[in-house]
Design a protein around this ligand. Structure first.
Ligand SMILES: O=C(O)C(=O)C[C@H](O)[C@H](O)COP(=O)(O)O
Length: 213
């Protein structure tokens, strides 16, 4: 897969809904009800972070949920890419970008939403052909003002900002010309997950899905 094709795929995924939930799941038994609640609420694109021992099993379970598009987050190494693809991930997300990681994703045909936090990092990805990128850590790296400033010299790059975003500040990003969607963990909070409160998660998803962009 070329970086151009990867960007086309990640753009379509980012256009599915205003928010991509960032999920940290410890129990594979929660995968299906969680994905179903998020999809019912109107958020079909899901990012499962490879930060728990259960993550690959969670991806495999979620990949079978109708209407969902499941990706793997926190991809750091070529080995992570291979495991994510094997589990059934349809896209990958990384906090930053390294040539070996991008090589592996391109070879494996996994569309990457790779991270950049500065103009230099965004330009390096653009040089390689990635016109859709993750802006991470969004709030800590200057927030919506920083992302808006990048749009002036780099209008051809579109972003999914992630990191520190919630319902209250998501609109600041979604109003920007260079933002396709935002990522965030707020739609699947730890307390609701621990309680298996799928209705609460569906309500949070529905609220997020209604955000204008
Ligand atoms: O490691 C990755 O690939 C990630 O995707 C990192 C996540 O985007 C953020 O950790 C989510 O940040 P919060 O919404 O503030 O919890």
């Amino acid at each position: 897969m070329t970086p151009y094709e990867a960007s086309q795929s990640t753009e379509s995924i980012c256009r599915l809904a205003p928010v991509i939930p960032v999920l940290v799941v410890h129990d594979p038994a929660q995968a299906r009800p969680l994905a179903e609640a998020l999809v019912r609420g109107g958020l079909p694109a899901l990012e499962v972070t490879l930060r728990t021992p259960a993550a690959l099993e969670v991806i495999a379970e979620m990949a079978q949920v109708a209407g969902g598009t499941v990706g793997a987050g926190t991809l750091l190494t070529p080995a992570d890419v291979a495991l994510a693809v094997e589990a059934g991930a349809r896209f990958g997300v990384s906090p930053g970008s390294t040539p070996v990681l991008l090589d592996a994703a391109e070879e494996a045909g996994l569309p990457m939403l790779a991270g950049a936090a500065t103009a230099t990092e965004a330009m390096a990805l653009l040089d390689r052909g990635y016109t859709v990128q993750k802006f991470f850590p969004a709030e800590a790296a200057g927030g919506a003002r920083a992302l808006a400033a990048l749009a002036a010299p780099l209008p051809q790059i579109r972003f999914c900002p992630t990191g520190g975003i919630g319902l209250s500040n998501a609109p600041d990003y979604l109003a920007l010309s260079n933002t396709l969607c935002v990522g965030g963990s707020w739609v699947a909070p730890k307390t609701a997950l621990e309680a298996g409160d799928w209705n609460a998660i569906e309500t949070l998803a529905a609220e997020a899905a209604r955000l204008p962009r």
